[in-house]
Design a protein around this ligand. Structure first.
Ligand code: GLV
Ligand code: MN
Ligand code: MN
Length: 447
């Protein structure tokens, strides 16, 4: 049985039969396969690359810090016996052979961070994946499927693209202009890709075909407070929000702040400020879990005695329902037109970089629940308000996500924290889920 789209229904029926929902045959066994201390030490070490004085890291994608962190993780993957390659998008894959000619089971995350981010977002899933391989090696445990650890390129985005860069390439969804994009300092994406072992001229070759992998799993911190509040160690992710990001520019007229009367101004910052509030109002206008954020603003020329002539700002919208995102975006853009007229400026927004929402595979959710139950760990189902590479992988493979608690629900902050035992719980559930899927997937291919 393969998780091809055409066979999806049959696959689910069969997998449900093999992996019964909720109830698992094994009695809970507290014995851990993964090593908590070994995993924690690699997390600490990775935290040295881009370390900030206030704690946490700035290891933004396509920077020297990112390159150094990647080199460290590639070293770990090689030490664990993985056959490592980098695709044209800079995604790092480490392959471990299986005993049967089957598509590999893929698992991993990212190691780039937001500016002034923490040591756990992405790192837990990437190093948890490496720890699973080490744990399998410890016992000389073979799997039917080959296993592949992946570290996706530039998950957080900000420079060149709206995030999930590597997995968007794998889904074949990068915009056509991507290779020629420059960051604010004029640096070319193509040059950075080269330094990371990628190749901008071959980006389409990073696309992964449906059926190339048996499935994908990503371990991640929750980045919210649901698990901690409920005192539940493992979250089973139901779905991942869609994310739309536009960059908008308010263009007015820079003029003398002392001599230009108040009724004759074209103040781009006053207009942009009203736009920020309009985003909040339109997002709040309907019930639901949708969110909208204006995360930065660039004001030119930026002097106390000059009326701002030009302001740039992003509009980021998220929800599990793409239609809702589109509906709210349309209302926001209509509000911007009114504000522009009233403020006597122009407001123009780029088309959005859009990451589609994705629902996790019900069969994989069951496998995760079964794995957690076998390790004596409670679970709850929850949605992900953060974006993840898994949502792009959903375009070419069945996928599931495992969450572990985030202290205080804090993330994208140096205060991000998950204690060592909870990180190890997640890696253990990842290990056991892989073993369940390894037995259940492609069962028809057994000799
Ligand atoms: C990724 O961390 C995101 O949700 O922005
Ligand atoms: Mn993040
Ligand atoms: Mn992340």
């Amino acid at each position: 049985m393969r998780f091809r789209e055409t066979a999806a229904l049959a696959a689910c029926v069969l997998l449900f039969a093999i992996v019964p929902p909720r109830a698992q045959p094994q009695a809970p066994s507290p014995e851990r396969h993964v090593q908590q201390q070994r995993l924690w030490e690699t997390l600490q070490k990775l935290g040295e690359f881009g370390k900030n004085p206030e704690g946490g890291v700035s290891r933004v994608g396509f920077t020297e810090e990112d390159l150094a962190g990647r080199a460290y993780v590639i070293g770990l993957m090689k030490e664990a016996g993985l056959d490592v390659r980098t695709d044209p998008a800079g995604n790092i894959f480490g392959h471990r052979a299986g005993t049967e000619a089957l598509p590999p089971i893929l698992f991993g995350s990212h190691i780039d961070s937001v500016p002034h981010g923490g040591n756990f977002d992405g790192d837990v899933g990437s190093l948890g994946a490496v720890e699973v391989i080490r744990a399998l090696n410890d016992k000389n445990q073979k799997t039917r499927h080959p296993l592949e650890v992946v570290v996706w390129t530039n998950e957080e985005g900000g420079r060149f693209y709206a995030g999930l860069f590597g997995s968007t390439a794998a889904a074949g969804l990068l915009p056509a202009d991507i290779a020629s994009r420059r960051d604010d300092n004029g640096q070319l994406l193509a040059d950075w890709l080269k330094r990371m072992g990628g190749d901008a001229s071959r980006l389409p070759e990073a696309r992964i075909a449906k059926g190339a992998y048996a499935g994908y799993l990503e371990l991640h911190i929750e980045q919210g407070g649901t698990l901690e509040t409920a005192e539940i160690p493992i979250g089973v992710v139901q779905g991942i929000v869609g994310i739309s990001v536009r960059t908008c520019t308010a263009a007015g007229f820079a003029n003398h702040a002392g001599t230009t009367p108040m009724n004759q101004r074209k103040d781009a910052l006053a207009a942009a400020s009203r736009a920020v509030l309009a985003v909040r109002e339109e997002v709040r206008r309907e019930p639901g879990r949708q969110v909208g954020t204006v995360g930065w603003m660039r004001v030119e020329p930026g002097a106390a005695n000059v009326i701002p002539g030009r302001v740039q700002f992003p509009v980021e919208l998220r929800d599990l329902d793409k239609e809702r995102i589109n509906r709210i975006a349309a209302r926001i853009l209509a509000r911007f037109e009114i504000i522009a007229r009233e403020e006597n400026v122009e407001i123009v927004c780029t088309p959005p970089d859009l990451h589609e929402p994705a629902i996790t595979s019900p069969a994989f959710r069951d496998a995760i629940r079964g794995a957690a139950a076998s390790a004596g760990l409670k679970t709850t189902d929850l949605p992900s308000g953060a974006g993840h590479d898994a949502q792009n992988v959903a375009r070419f493979a069945a996928m599931g996500m495992i969450f572990v608690p985030s202290k205080g629900g804090i993330s994208h902050s140096p205060l991000e924290f998950t204690p060592p035992d909870q990180v190890a719980n997640g890696a253990e559930v990842l290990y056991r889920t892989i073993m369940i899927l390894d037995a259940a997937l492609d069962a028809a291919a057994r000799p």
